[in-house]
Design a protein around this ligand. Structure first.
Ligand code: FRU
Length: 511
């Protein structure tokens, strides 16, 4: 009897310890990003259904609930009050009847145009509608699902599909509200033809086919995940429409990447204002794909926010995470600016990330050599930091900051003024051997003035660079060892001056 009780007691103690260990180590595993979104477990790719509703931002995402590789595509789900801290929720829309739930969007059906909202509040008849591509081996169609409980549970519409063109490659519906014609507009990718096909509707159920855009710009790979939104041009009274088109392969850094077009949209047709051969890229790193914007936002907040998948189809299924695989890049605020080359997108991480800042380390007017001596003296290290530096290049041909350093590993973020180039070199960043296409040095263009503003986010297994207030961005994953936390400035002319340097440690969003 006594022996039995002791076995039981030991067993429960063991179980309790296991639960405690799991609770404290989850989200602290090696490579677990600390302020980028990752699924608690299993596979994630594209963000889907980004929508703001009743105080919450919803992030749905391409998810395999059964494993850490692509498959069984369903919509995973998380919510956030601020685009930074996320609460994970159960799978929102699972695959079923042999149909996978591919990428798509979500909208707030404010006035119950669909008739699918079952609100009991006469003052607020709204509900959420998700629009997704249904996928089988031979057919892709557009479908909808609705939720009357703030996105917690979803019902697939019984009349699905709502658009069937009998096409094998016809996916990634992105829906927005177009006020001038009071219609819903859907952009879809006819992937193999490199075309974006538009549709309009008054009820989200019956859709009228409008025109096509494309092929233009980058056309090497298939077109996927379109997005369309209007933005003011900073410092002018003008506005422009931005059409985002993802491409795989054929992205600027190799593999999958996002391009955009600037122009006009009249409710039916998008017209590119640049020559058809012009290629404009969202990001010059290798890991920024399938980014789409949020539908809606808090009252009086008209920012357009985009969120992208933080990986690349070249090696997404091989990256060395353990119990999960895949992540989202930081959400970005999009603006347009007139430059000497034309109107271009400017991207900044959403300002809500500032709430993660702790422990400021600030230096002024020192050479890079002097800064490194300070770091050595103070034993300064960190693998969850934000670095903001204003640098006078002087004579330097190559300068920047090397992060996640240790045991021969480093990720280098550098600027080559003469070549008007900003780059990330991850060839020695840690584990690079899991796929032949991972090890890389990727570069983007920049304007060179008297100073260069380098803004770098370092997370355990990722870096993001926002150069010159978001003129050029580079997002990349890296897989360094747990002790690679060193930070070191460099310049091939040691006298390069850093006018101001601010480094913050960032707190984890997963407390
Ligand atoms: C883009 C994409 C989409 C598709 C989804 C499938 O990364 O290929 O076109 O809907 O992923 O997971």
């Amino acid at each position: 009897m006594k022996a039995k009780a002791s076995i039981l007691w030991r067993a429960s103690l063991f179980l309790l310890t296991a639960v405690l260990i799991a609770a404290t180590t989850q989200f602290h595993e090696q490579y677990r990003l600390q302020y980028h979104f990752t699924p608690p477990r299993n596979w994630a790719n594209d963000p889907n259904g980004l929508v703001y509703y009743k105080g919450e931002y919803h992030l749905f995402y391409q998810h395999n609930p059964f494993g850490t590789k692509w498959g069984h595509m369903s919509w995973g789900h998380a919510v956030s009050p601020d685009l930074v801290h996320w609460t994970n929720l159960p799978v929102a829309i699972p695959e079923g009847d042999g149909i996978m739930i591919f990428s798509g969007s979500a909208v707030v059906d404010q006035h119950n145009s669909s008739g699918l909202c079952k609100s009991v509040d006469p003052k607020d008849p709204s509900c959420l509608i998700a629009i997704y591509a249904g996928h089988t081996e031979t057919l892709q169609t557009q479908n909808i699902a609705f939720s009357n409980d703030k996105g917690r549970t979803w019902t697939k519409y019984s009349g699905n599909p709502v658009i069937d063109l009998h096409l094998k490659d016809f996916r990634d519906p992105k829906v927005m509200w177009y006020e001038p014609s009071k219609r819903w507009i859907m952009a879809t990718a006819v992937s193999q033809e490199r075309k974006i096909r538009f549709f309009s509707s008054t009820d989200l159920i019956h859709w009228t086919q409008l025109g096509d855009f494309g092929p233009e710009g980058a056309t090497e790979g298939v077109w996927e995940c379109p997005d369309l939104y209007e933005l003011p041009v900073e410092g002018t009274n003008e506005k422009r429409w931005v059409l985002v088109v993802n491409i795989n392969p054929g992205g600027i850094a190799g593999g999958s990447g996002g391009q955009y077009f600037v122009g006009k949209f009249d409710g039916a047709k998008f017209t590119n204002e640049n020559p058809p051969a012009t290629k404009l890229w969202l990001d010059y790193g290798k890991d920024y794909y399938a980014a789409i914007s949020f539908f809606g936002g808090p009252p009086k907040d008209s920012r357009v926010q985009m969120l992208g998948w933080y990986s690349n189809w070249l090696y997404a299924n091989d990256t060395p995470e353990t119990t999960w695989r895949g992540a989202m890049a930081m959400p970005r605020t999009m603006t347009l600016k007139k430059t000497s080359d034309g109107i271009r997108l400017i991207q900044q991480p959403v300002k809500e990330f500032e709430t993660l800042r702790t422990q400021l380390y600030a230096l002024r007017n020192l050479t890079v050599d002097q800064i490194d001596r300070r770091f050595d003296r103070d034993g300064f290290k960190g693998n969850t930091v934000e670095i903001e530096a204003e640098i006078e290049p002087g004579e330097a041909r190559d300068f920047g900051v090397s992060v996640l350093r240790g045991g021969g590993q480093e990720t280098v973020i550098g600027v080559k003024p003469a070549e008007k180039q900003v780059y990330i070199d991850r060839t020695k960043s840690g584990d690079v051997g899991f796929n032949k296409d991972f090890s890389s040095r990727d570069a983007g263009p920049m304007h060179v003035g008297e100073t260069v503003k380098l803004h770098v986010y370092v997370d355990w297994s990722g870096v993001e660079v926002y150069l010159n207030d978001g003129e050029t961005t580079l997002a990349e994953r890296v897989f360094p060892g747990p002790d690679s936390k060193g930070v070191k400035f460099f310049s091939d002319s040691g006298a390069t001056r850093v006018k101001t340097l601010r480094i913050w440690r960032l707190t984890s969003i997963w407390k």
